[in-house]
Design a protein around this ligand. Structure first.
Ligand SMILES: NC(=O)c1ccc[n+]([C@@H]2O[C@H](COP(=O)([O-])OP(=O)(O)OC[C@H]3O[C@@H](n4cnc5c(N)ncnc54)[C@H](O)[C@@H]3O)[C@@H](O)[C@H]2O)c1
Ligand SMILES: O=C(O)[C@@H]1CCCCN1
Length: 321
């Protein structure tokens, strides 16, 4: 065995409670916006993020995703290993499970292993918040959530930082879950039994379901509304009416991944107008007065940015002890 000249520092384990405590949402909003700009800048932005690898586990109806990424400007290197098992919901188990492995970019030594469920919940919603900041009417008052799971709740938590909602409408395939979430979110929230009623007149609509065929139809959406389309992250899955996909001004988290993974884009043949990073960099306009849709399939960079903030805060607290 080769002799080691220095001793490796053991990595820390950061669980979901610590993630929720340590991750400041406003800091994340700013960091994520900056990172999206770097991503869409091209090579000078210093982001390395290959389109993720998805391994289907066909006999169990699941997927294993491997999501590595590096931000040179943020000096942050991490990889997420996460599974998506849609049928877990029926068993009372989480549908997304995994960890983010955080490395020191200067040595390649692992620094932390961070719970991925909480990171995924918070960073995905924050990506939609960044998009909504640029693409939704700033005076948006009515939020519609289609789906009542982890992402529905985290989307409300993230969007309320930017918008002063008067109504939160929730629809879920099983109405019980929508009613439970409405009770949790408070008096402005209400569960609805039809998608059409939920979205009619809504300013911001978030589709956060595990649907594999369209649930949101074109004629139900108010002109000028903004949609965050977050589910349907496989090439054969859809959440959005193809006519609506072709009608909106379409923005994406990443062109490459959305064109490879988003069934809503692939099946409708809708054309991506811009990446959200291009809007942030002002190389493409934010057409927020039109009906806009932000298609997100999820980026490793979001996990890189979020876990870097978590780890830095963890280190700061330790140094004061
Ligand atoms: N874009 C991203 O970065 C990103 C990240 C994480 C999750 N996601 C996706 O967001 C979606 C929601 O994730 P989550 O963590 O909230 O999941 P969850 O399991 O917590 O909730 C899923 C919701 O979808 C509903 N649902 C299940 N099957 C449905 C169907 N066939 N039709 C309509 N509704 C159905 C459930 O009742 C529940 O309300 C999933 O598609 C997930 O893969 C995307
Ligand atoms: O970006 C993510 O973290 C998730 C992984 C599972 C599929 C959907 N997107």
């Amino acid at each position: 065995m080769a002799t080691m000249t220095t001793q490796k520092v053991p990595f820390v384990f950061i669980d979901e409670h610590e993630v929720e405590r340590l991750l400041d949402k406003r800091d994340l909003l700013v960091a994520m916006e900056t990172a999206f700009g770097h991503f869409s800048e091209g090579p000078s932005g210093g982001v390395v993020q290959p389109v993720r690898t998805m391994v289907p586990v066909q006999d169990h109806g699941g997927f294993l995703a491997s999501m590595p990424g590096y931000s040179q400007k943020g000096q942050a290197l991490a990889t997420k290993l996460v599974t998506l098992y849609p049928n877990n919901g029926k068993k009372g188990l989480p549908t997304h499970n995994g960890y983010v492995f955080v490395f020191d970019p200067s040595t390649g030594i692992i620094k932390a292993v961070v719970d991925a469920e909480s990171v995924t919940a918070i960073r995905t919603a924050m990506a939609s918040a960044v998009a909504s900041k640029h693409l939704a009417n700033p005076k948006s008052k009515v939020l519609a959530l289609l789906g009542a799971g982890v992402q529905a709740e985290s989307h409300y938590d993230a969007l309320r930082i930017l918008f002063d909602f008067e109504q939160i409408r929730i629809w879920s395939r099983g109405s019980e879950r929508a009613e439970k979430l409405a009770r949790k979110l408070g008096p402005k929230a209400k569960a609805f039994s039809s998608v059409q009623e939920t979205v009619q007149g809504a300013d911001i609509i978030c589709t956060v379901t595990l649907a594999t065929s369209p649930v949101l139809m074109k004629d139900w959406v108010k002109p000028g509304a903004h949609i965050n389309a977050v589910g349907a992250t496989r090439p054969t899955w859809q959440e959005i009416d193809p006519e609506l996909m072709r009608h909106v001004v379409l923005y994406a988290d990443t062109r490459d991944a959305c064109n490879k993974e988003s069934g809503d884009i692939i099946i409708s043949k809708a054309q991506i107008f811009a990446e959200i990073g291009e809007v942030i960099n002002k190389t493409k306009p934010a057409q927020w007065q039109e009906t806009t849709l932000f298609k997100s399939v999820g980026m490793a960079l979001e996990d890189v940015v979020a876990t870097n903030l978590v780890y830095e805060k963890f280190k700061l607290e330790k140094s004061k002890m």
